[in-house]
Design a protein around this ligand. Structure first.
Ligand SMILES: NC(=O)c1ccc[n+]([C@@H]2O[C@H](COP(=O)([O-])OP(=O)(O)OC[C@H]3O[C@@H](n4cnc5c(N)ncnc54)[C@H](O)[C@@H]3O)[C@@H](O)[C@H]2O)c1
Length: 278
């Protein structure tokens, strides 16, 4: 999939991985429609890209706003050829502590975003016999996220939706990819470090492997689009962990329990209480 001359929609483009993806796509010659709920961050990203790109603030939890945002992107920059559905939220912890509102937010951003965007973009792509949809899930969607049930569940659902799209429409010109990094140096991971509820998860992520720069993740994503590869693993070791999980589920579960116990011994009493572990 060549990006030059195409319109690429990037969600969560205000900062972090989304900003790096937008920069990489613009560098490859695409017209980029950037969207995020953080209007100031979004403007900053667009200004840094220069002319020929469009910033459209949008709260992806609002289906009407998503429809209006896609219409504005098409009006401003022409038909969308590639969608990088990247926005995400790392919210919630143990189900005993997590409210319905938090579960709803996790589902709206991490799962329904993809459903809404696919519904709006697929008809045109199928008509033209080409389109490209990239779901930013997480290694947590293949493995798990220790400390957060909503993140684990919704990222698994995001992987499942990407697989389903590829199976169902892959022979009709749709290219689907699924980005599954472990730790990336963004505000999301930094917020985990600061937040009592996110501390255990952030600690496990940092212990599991290298924390990558968002630009490295974006570069690997563009390589995968070139190769028309489904699974994008900026941390290649995730493929091994995923294989081990499939080969021996019981062993994998007990290993994850050990990892959780090791990380928990480092977190404070308040954090453990919040996670329902004391
Ligand atoms: N940072 C990591 O370690 C890591 C690892 C694996 C996967 N991911 C995934 O990568 C993606 C990007 O995350 P990031 O690390 O850049 O974090 P980030 O918090 O810096 O970026 C996420 C972006 O999504 C936007 N967003 C959140 N809710 C939104 C909403 N309702 N409407 C519109 N935009 C919304 C945020 O405003 C933010 O700009 C997410 O899907 C995340 O789950 C991150």
């Amino acid at each position: 999939m060549q990006l030059a001359g195409r319109t690429v929609l990037v969600t969560g483009a205000g900062r972090g991985i989304g900003r790096a993806l937008a920069r990489a796509c613009a560098g490859a010659g695409a017209r980029v429609a950037l969207t995020d709920v953080l209007a100031d961050e979004l403007d900053a990203t667009r200004s840094a890209l220069g002319e020929g790109h469009l910033a459209i603030p949008c709260d992806l939890t609002d289906p009407a706003a998503v429809e209006a945002m896609v219409a504005a992107a098409r009006d401003g920059l022409g038909e969308i050829g590639v969608c990088l559905a990247n926005a995400g939220v790392a919210v919630g912890s143990d189900p005993l502590q997590t409210t319905d509102a938090t579960w709803d937010l996790a589902f709206a951003v991490n799962v329904r975003q993809h459903v809404l965007l696919a519904r709006l973009l697929l008809p045109g792509w199928l008509q033209r016999g080409e389109g490209c949809f990239v779901v930013t899930a997480s290694a947590a969607g293949l493995l798990t996220q220790i400390g957060s049930a909503p993140y684990s569940v919704t990222k698994h659902a995001a992987v499942a939706f990407a697989e389903w799209l590829s199976i169902t429409y892959g022979d009709r010109g749709l290219r689907v990819s699924c980005l599954c990094p472990m730790g990336v140096d963004t505000a999301m991971l930094a917020a985990g470090d600061r937040d009592a509820l996110g501390a255990l998860g952030a600690r496990v992520v940092r212990a599991a492997g290298e924390v990558l720069d968002p630009d490295a993740v974006a570069a690997e994503t563009l390589r995968a689009l070139d190769d028309e590869r489904f699974l994008i693993l900026p941390h290649p070791e995730v493929a091994t962990y995923f294989q081990r999980k499939a080969e021996d589920y019981e062993h994998w579960l007990s290993g994850m329990r050990r990892a959780q116990a090791a990380a928990s011994s480092d977190v404070g009493d308040d954090e453990r209480r919040n996670l329902g572990q004391s």
